[in-house]
Design a protein around this ligand. Structure first.
Ligand SMILES: [Zn+2]
Length: 279
């Protein structure tokens, strides 16, 4: 709730910045007092870096970069893409990065022509079809990468099959097979004592500069939230590319204890939050 307040304030108050700043800081303080959830080493927030689709630049650019900072990422992979760089992905597992399931068919809404034309828009398939694709992907990861994925990312952030009155959610399938599922293009971070692990939110990091992300994090970090950043290609520029220079600035910022972040994989943070909830 506090995040909605702060985001709408940010949007509506451009014309009255002084009043806005006052209101914003008052609400931020109220929001921070809403929950006192602590993370390892006294961090105020948890944060995870996640990457979708097993794109080549993830193993050639992102993973070497993360390794230099001793940071572990979460990579939601598709078997057809892993096969293009199998030995590099096997290396990523050995280096401790988390491998999640992103399906093989990557079904999204059929508003994308490339799916609609194959009769593979989510509006055109059923739950059994989706579950087969998910199971195939888990078996592929177990066989070729030697790990069982515990986390899932919904392709395009879509969580349904069918249309209109016949729409069905496939969130329950994800809750059954995985410890967590992450959506995409969300506007709020995860409240540690409230969020549903089957629909963790994912915040875009593609195409953004360090200063933009830093400002965004300040808005998202109320309530000791867990912020999951999500991206695709890694390198230079582009709407679906995480800027590697941004990562080179962001990671040291997140690792500096005075900034109050705990940076770890989705499953490591998820395990920590679940254990604390159970206390
Ligand atoms: Zn994807």
């Amino acid at each position: 709730m506090a995040n909605l307040y702060t985001l709408s304030l940010t949007r509506c108050c451009w014309g009255v910045m002084a009043i806005c700043t006052l209101l914003y800081s008052t609400l931020s303080k109220a929001a921070d007092s809403d929950v006192t959830f602590t993370y390892p080493k006294g961090a105020r927030n948890a944060i995870s870096l996640t990457f979708d689709d097993a794109r080549t630049s993830q193993v050639t650019v992102a993973i070497p970069l993360l390794n230099r900072y001793k940071v572990k990422g979460t990579f939601y992979v598709m078997p057809s893409k892993v096969a293009e760089n199998l030995s590099l992905w096997q290396g990523a597992v050995k280096q401790g990065h988390e491998i999640g399931n992103h399906t093989n068919e990557h079904l999204c809404t059929g508003n994308f022509a490339w799916l609609r034309e194959k009769n593979q828009g989510l509006e055109q398939v059923d739950l059994a079809y989706i579950e087969r694709d998910i199971t195939y992907t888990t078996e592929y990861i177990e066989k070729h990468l030697g790990v069982t994925p515990r986390s899932f990312a919904y392709p395009c952030g879509n969580t349904f099959v069918g249309r209109g009155e016949n729409v069905k959610s496939y969130v329950p399938i994800i809750a059954k097979h995985f410890d967590s599922g992450r959506t995409w293009l969300d506007e709020s971070a995860n409240h540690p004592t409230y969020t549903d692990f089957a629909q963790l939110t994912g915040i875009r990091m593609d195409g953004l500069s360090f200063s933009t992300i830093k400002n965004y994090l300040e808005q998202l970090r109320a309530n000791n939230s867990w912020i999951i950043l999500a991206g695709h290609e890694v390198g230079e520029g582009g709407m679906y590319t995480v800027d590697s220079e941004m990562l080179e600035a962001l990671i040291p910022y997140l690792q500096d204890p005075k900034n109050g972040y705990w940076l770890d994989t989705v499953s490591n943070v998820g395990d920590y939050i679940k254990a604390k909830r159970a206390q």
